[in-house]
Design a protein around this ligand. Structure first.
Ligand SMILES: O=C(CO)[C@H](O)[C@H](O)COP(=O)(O)O
Length: 264
């Protein structure tokens, strides 16, 4: 379902963005990537109902959704929400907004999760984890009845890995080079290069779980994703990978021409 900006007043009204919609005949509004992320996020929050247990995603797109949930709680338009954060960062954000929190131990079934993605393929398979939170995201989103993924249109790819950007894999720090070599060899036919993610200060990036991230850069399609997933998970040293296969029930894409809602 595609909704052009001019027709989609309700979700634009929900935004407190100071965007002015073009009146007829005026030049088109050019939205920034962050504005598109915010539009997708606000649209997703329209799915939230009082009393829900919510998976709270991580990243710059999910941050807008968490902000919006906090705002609606403060206004009394949502009540009895329990959030399950997918990272320490989101946990801190939610606490600062007064969103009541819990965890999967106490709430093993989640009504709805809202989270961003790095890539979305035509079958709604995702790459996640460029923000480093893929393990908790996969645990939380795997426990959801509904997982609404929110992206701007730059995240759409023909196949996973197709953006040329990283496909993240969380690995234990112990002999990470051994694990990285195994991963690179696994996808050598796709021209894979495996690199340890650094924290920008010359040290390895450490996840919330105390692990490292090996980023896989692929030159070609890796073929059957389920086969690839199984093969990655069979490597001792791998904790989890960032392919989210058949997990998103809905993907909301915000683009220059409007919002597109893709359902499984
Ligand atoms: O998977 C993630 C974090 O681990 C994020 O959802 C993903 O990286 C998208 O981030 P952003 O919304 O900032 O583009």
């Amino acid at each position: 379902m595609a909704v052009a900006w001019s027709e989609k007043a309700s979700s634009m009204e929900a935004l407190s963005l100071s965007l002015s919609l073009s009146p007829p005949m005026s030049p088109p509004v050019i939205l920034t990537q962050d504005e598109l992320k915010k539009i997708a996020a606000y649209k997703a929050v329209e799915f939230v109902e009082s009393g829900m247990v919510l998976g709270l995603g991580t990243g710059s797109t999910a941050k807008h959704a968490v902000d919006r949930i906090g705002e609606l709680l403060r206004q009394g338009k949502l009540t009895n929400i329990i959030g399950i954060p997918t990272s320490k960062k989101t946990q801190e954000q939610a606490i600062s907004l007064g969103i009541p929190l819990s965890d999967l131990d106490s709430h093993p079934t989640i009504d709805l999760a809202i989270d961003g993605a790095d890539e979305v393929d035509p079958h709604l398979n995702l790459v996640k984890g460029r923000g480093g939170s893929l393990l908790r995201e996969k645990m939380v989103e795997g426990a959801c009845k509904k997982f609404v993924c929110i992206v701007d249109e730059s995240k759409l790819v023909k196949y996973l890995g197709g953006s040329g950007l990283a496909m993240p894999v969380e690995v234990v720090p112990f002999c990470w080079k051994f694990t990285a070599n195994k991963l690179q060899n696994l996808f050598r036919d796709s021209g894979c290069v495996a690199k340890l993610r650094n924290d920008g200060k010359g040290e390895p990036f450490v996840t919330d779980n105390g692990n490292y991230i090996v980023d896989l850069y692929l030159k070609k399609d890796i073929g059957d994703l389920q086969v690839a997933s199984d093969a990655i998970l069979r490597i001792a040293g791998v904790v989890e990978h960032g392919m989210f296969l058949d997990m998103a029930t809905t993907v909301i894409v915000a683009g220059e021409l409007g919002i597109t809602i893709k359902n499984k």
